[in-house]
Design a protein around this ligand. Structure first.
Ligand SMILES: Cc1cc2nc3c(=O)[nH]c(=O)nc-3n(C[C@H](O)[C@H](O)[C@H](O)COP(=O)(O)OP(=O)(O)OC[C@H]3O[C@@H](n4cnc5c(N)ncnc54)[C@H](O)[C@@H]3O)c2cc1C
Length: 447
């Protein structure tokens, strides 16, 4: 196995425009810093609106998490619906679930409207249970979807599941629709062409080193903007004290050799493709991508929060072994390529979307877990800049403020370290947190 992001390999299939770095001082109406799903979605919502928009990315568009991701477009990210219901109640959970649902719809609309070649494919979600606990998780998720008012879910027991996937050992599954698979690096590179055609100035290979008021400083040029959207990952204090609010979780992905048509038929005996993940805490996830290759990802409990676990091939080896125990007919399948990735996250796995209190023309999108959430977040901030966000939409500033109540405070990091602090907070948000009265609580001190 060698270490390389497979999506970068797929870029060679297309001829994308390259955007040279910023080499002079410029001005604009809106500057978007960070060309991941959040930043590109924001720039896309701002294009064609008569504003002079600049997008700056230190790598290529999609060069970080967004272009390393597994491309599952499902509202589930790290938080399942039942976990949101426990914390926010039925109404709150429904409002928050709408975030990724809208995010998926936005991506789909772009793919169709701009005809972007990005292996966009319908894949219903299948959340599969392992063991007794997993069976219960599946049932809980199914019940919860019904309570919230969704109607598209199906539940399968062990025997029924065998008609849909050629697996052994799963104790059941819940299935739902309107979910898709995507090559998100191709999507973002495709969107680059759209942005350029519509007059957005895009600078790649341009790292913004600091932000002073509304001026962003790069190595060879500055950008002075009316409004600034900071949608970067691995943020440092040079940008804002918000850097403390975000950490990252490590996951690993790998790509298989092409499966034969017979293997695909055994994998999906019902003839329908699924994207799947299991019910374990550090879950494994897999789906089919172009060329009949299997994309398989996961991690383990130890390396998830380790800061430097990049090249631990044994982690992905463990994921392969677990996968093959459920799909023994694929036991000889080889995965030639793997790559690690660090997903930025807040302490409770929900995004942080805030304006600088002393300068509300500077907006921050931080710690977004999931492409659909990122797509929504960028679009939401753009709508607020354009003044088109509805009064009802403003509730998302409440849900996603950095002032919401977290289980353990940031200062504890000095005592127990950032990985432990985030592991504890993430665990609490997933399994225990209940917001009193189901409205987000506030801290006094704020960004
Ligand atoms: C291995 C892996 C698998 C994943 N799988 C899935 C999945 O299947 N489904 C899903 O929904 N989500 C998945 N995710 C999570 C998802 O990719 C992220 O949550 C999402 O992409 C976040 O988007 P973003 O735009 O907020 O951040 P990013 O994609 O990280 O974008 C931030 C951008 O800012 C740029 N930047 C940083 N600093 C600067 C600077 N100083 N100046 C200029 N630019 C800067 C970075 O280069 C980067 O391109 C996965 C993540 C990883 C790592």
């Amino acid at each position: 196995m060698f270490v390389q992001n497979y999506w970068f390999t797929t870029l060679l299939e297309h001829d994308y425009p390259t955007c040279p770095p910023l080499m002079q001082d410029i001005t604009c109406d809106v500057l978007v810093v960070g060309g991941g799903m959040s930043g590109v979605s924001c720039a896309a919502a701002l294009m064609d609106k008569g504003l002079d928009v600049v997008l700056v990315e230190k790598n290529i568009l999609g060069g970080s998490s967004s272009g390393r991701s597994a491309g599952f477009l499902t509202p589930d990210s790290e938080l399942e619906l039942s976990q949101l219901v426990r914390r926010f109640g039925l109404q709150g959970a429904r409002a928050i679930w709408e975030v990724p649902v809208k995010g998926i719809a936005l991506i789909k609309e772009h793919v169709e409207r701009f005809d972007i070649a990005c292996d966009f494919r319908r894949q219903d979600s299948l959340f599969v249970g392992i063991g007794k606990g997993g069976k219960k998780d599946v049932q809980d998720e199914f019940d919860c979807r019904r309570q919230v008012g969704f109607t598209d879910q199906l539940i399968y027991d062990r025997q029924e599941l065998e008609h849909h996937i050629g697996s052994v050992g799963f104790t059941g599954a819940v299935r739902y629709s309107n979910t898709y698979g995507i090559d998100s690096l191709q999507y973002l590179q495709g969107m680059k062409r759209v942005l350029l055609e519509r007059g957005v100035r895009v600078f790649e290979n341009t790292e913004i080193r600091s932000l002073e008021g509304n001026t962003a400083h790069g190595h060879a040029g500055c950008i002075k903007a009316g409004q600034v959207v900071v949608a970067i990952d691995k943020m440092t204090h040079r940008f804002a004290p918000l850097a403390d609010e975000v950490f990252h979780a490590q996951t690993f992905l790998s790509i298989s050799e092409p499966l034969s048509d017979a293997d695909v038929a055994r994998l999906f005996p019902g003839g329908e493709e699924f994207q799947m993940w299991d019910s374990t805490l550090v879950y494994s996830y897999w789906r089919l991508v172009a060329g009949n290759r299997l994309l398989l990802g996961g991690g383990n409990g130890i390396t998830t929060f380790l800061p430097n676990a990049w090249y631990h091939a044994d982690v992905i080896d463990g994921v392969h072994k677990r996968f093959k125990s459920h799909f023994p007919f694929l036991k000889e399948l080889h995965f030639p390529q793997y790559w690690p990735g660090r997903i930025d996250t807040s302490r409770d796995l929900l995004p942080i979307i805030v304006k600088d209190r002393t300068n509300p023309t500077v907006h921050f999108i931080q710690g977004v877990v999931g492409l659909p959430w990122a797509s929504f977040s960028g679009h939401f901030v753009a709508a607020n800049i354009l003044g088109t966000a509805t009064a009802e939409d403003q509730r998302y500033y409440t849900y996603f403020t950095d002032r919401r109540r977290f289980a353990f405070p940031v200062w504890l990091e000095k005592v127990i370290g950032k990985p432990a602090l985030f592991a504890m907070n993430n665990g609490w948000a997933k399994y225990y947190q209940v917001d009193k009265g189901h409205e987000p609580g506030y801290r006094d001190n704020e960004f």
